[in-house]
Unconditional design. Structure first.
Length: 144
């Protein structure tokens, strides 16, 4: 991560990526996505999610996903390290992915929790997503 921190082109992307979500309090627009960051050119955005997103939180989850998309956007990275998703929220994620792919943009799932990965496998949806496991994968995705 130190290599990334020295790059001005990554702007607040690095700060968002390295922030401990447990230290982020309430008061953000989206409880399920307290942090987002973008590269300097605003062509790649990172959304960091947290918590158990259930049926009752699916609408907020959809709004948090949609709010990441801008005109300049080329790539979306979703950090799901500390997240569980209900089947309805998985459906919202799949719908979002369809929208992103339909706009010729790229979607990456970063540090996906075991629960989400298992749910996507059970639904035979893993091939629909590109998974990033570590910071080196993020670097590779940024240059593609």
């Amino acid at each position: 991560m130190k290599q990334l921190a020295s790059c001005l082109l990554l702007r607040d992307f690095i700060d968002v990526l390295s922030t401990d979500l447990a230290s982020v309090g309430e008061g953000h627009i989206f409880t399920c996505r307290p942090l987002k960051g973008a590269t300097a050119e605003q062509d790649t955005v990172l959304g960091r999610f947290r918590g158990n997103i259930t049926l009752s939180g699916t609408r907020e989850f959809q709004l948090a996903l949609d709010e990441l998309v801008t005109d300049k956007l080329v790539k979306v990275i979703l950090d799901f390290a500390n997240v569980t998703l209900s089947r309805t929220a998985i459906g919202a994620l799949v719908a979002f992915a369809g929208t992103i792919h339909g706009r010729n943009k790229r979607l990456y799932l970063y540090r996906v929790s075991d629960q989400i990965r298992t749910s996507l496998q059970d639904l035979h949806l893993t091939e629909f997503f590109t998974f990033l496991e570590n910071e080196e994968d993020i670097l590779a995705a940024l240059v593609v």
